[in-house]
Design a protein around this ligand. Structure first.
Ligand SMILES: O=C(O)CCC(=O)C(=O)O
Length: 449
């Protein structure tokens, strides 16, 4: 799943960083002193050329996450790396954001033997060390947030669907609240077939990843809280799906008839600037019993450009409360204050204690459609209180569409992996929403029903 790298990592470290210096060192994911033993590059602690603080921040259009990440990095960056940052900040023109500078440097692929200069090397070492050392802290923080939302006495209300036939309402609802539900977009038979395919794909990808890390990284996206605190057992996966018949057929079915104004396809088109919106992700998330919750996060940060991505989560089986349904925080997609409060939340997650949320307790084939800026998280997958309840993995098929006016660079810059959760071979089709709605193949030929 696409997630804003800066947003997620900063959201994790922020609250605990304030508690005490010792705890900050132990738990702040960006704390450079923790990264030194792992980083291949030695960061100097005697930085002399520090960029002036007024050169970045809110008034330059930089996100708080990027500003905070830079501050932590600069505490230990070498004078040479700091000088490069200073050069960028001094020379940047209006619109050149720190977010893009940091994220494109983070993503920059290095050819063997290439010397990208001290900043890129140190920044990549800093960030990857932070992400690697941070996994347990992420799950621990997610449990604190989950408790703050009420824990087993969850205060979330169910995410409710609007009556059939009110599609305009669905698009309007997403615009207003950031999330809406649509029921029975996929038949039970299609959902069951796709579910079996997803689980088999997951098993194959996990086996392949064990012997071929590169193939693993192509087929399985990074996921938040893959393991619980202190556990080595993986209980959460994000599987990129191939463009095979069963996936295509389910997508066509989900979109509904092209002339049906109450269809999911129509709602997506209304929201995404028309049928030229492009398929950006095509994957599935799976959680097994024992899965920790995820930290509250958004998939993209808020920018002046507005909505950039709309995502559809499709339940491939019924989702009960013990299976950790997705929790959405309505109205947060356009609420800069909520995003900021989350980043600066107290160690006991006061923001989560006071913020209302809804649970996507979906039936088979039901859909949660959301604006990627909406704060959300997967819940913990627990043993049901009533052991007679069905105990199966929770599988969500998902696709996202890039708004017609959003450029590739705007979105890809906001993810560590350079793209959302989509196989390169599927992304290469550059599939438009219109093609999917019209049941055409990427080459434009009609697909037989
Ligand atoms: O598991 C879910 O319900 C949400 C997944 C998600 O948001 C993520 O993996 O980033």
């Amino acid at each position: 799943m696409l997630r804003c790298a800066l947003h997620v990592v900063m959201a994790t470290g922020r609250g605990v960083a304030r508690s005490s210096a010792a705890r900050a060192s132990a738990r702040d994911p960006w704390c450079a002193s923790r990264l030194l033993p792992r980083a291949s590059v030695k960061l100097s602690s005697s930085s002399t050329k520090q960029p002036a603080r007024e050169l970045w921040g809110d008034r330059h259009g930089d996100s708080p996450q990027a500003a905070r990440a830079l501050e932590l990095f600069l505490k230990r960056a070498s004078p040479e790396a700091a000088a490069i940052v200073d050069e960028f900040l001094q020379a940047r023109r209006r619109g050149a954001s720190l977010d893009d500078f940091l994220l494109s440097s983070l993503r920059r692929a290095l050819r063997p033997g290439e010397d990208p200069g001290p900043f890129v090397l140190e920044w990549q070492a800093f960030a990857s060390g932070a992400i690697a050392t941070n996994r347990n802290d992420v799950a621990a923080k997610a449990w604190t947030q989950w408790e703050a939302f009420g824990g087993a006495n969850n205060r979330a209300t169910p995410l409710l669907a609007f009556p059939a036939g009110e599609t305009i309402e669905v698009a309007s609802r997403v615009r207003l609240a950031g999330v809406a539900r649509m029921d029975r977009c996929l038949s039970a038979a299609s959902a069951a077939g796709l579910r079996a395919f997803v689980l088999a794909s997951r098993d194959e990808s996990v086996t392949r990843a064990a012997s071929d890390k590169k193939a693993g990284a192509t087929e399985l996206s990074r996921v938040l809280s893959p393991r619980d605190v202190g556990s080595s057992v993986v209980t959460r996966w994000d599987v990129r799906l191939p463009w095979v018949e069963i996936v295509r057929e389910c997508l066509h079915e989900l979109m509904g008839a092209p002339d049906d104004a109450s269809s999911l396809g129509h709602a997506l088109s209304t929201l995404s600037g028309g049928d030229s919106a492009q398929l950006f992700e095509c994957a599935a998330v799976i959680s097994a019993e024992g899965a920790a919750p995820q930290i509250v996060h958004a998939d993209t940060i808020q920018t002046a450009a507005g909505a950039q991505l709309f995502t559809v989560f499709v339940a491939l089986q019924e989702i009960a409360d013990h299976q950790g349904p997705t929790r959405f925080l309505p109205y947060t997609h356009t609420c800069t204050i909520s995003h900021r409060e989350l980043e600066r939340d107290s160690p006991d997650a006061a923001f989560c204690q006071r913020t209302p949320s809804v649970s996507a307790l979906l039936g088979v084939g039901d859909v949660a459609l959301y604006d990627s800026r909406t704060l959300h998280c997967g819940g913990p997958h627990r043993v049901p209180a009533n052991l007679a309840e069905t105990r199966v993995e929770r599988v969500l098929f998902y696709v996202s569409f890039k708004h017609a006016l959003t450029t590739e660079a705007e979105l890809s810059n906001r993810d560590v992996h350079g793209a959302g959760s989509i196989l390169p071979s599927v992304a290469a089709h550059k599939m438009s929403l219109g093609v999917l709605r019209a049941r055409r193949s990427p080459s434009g030929n009609a697909v037989s029903a």
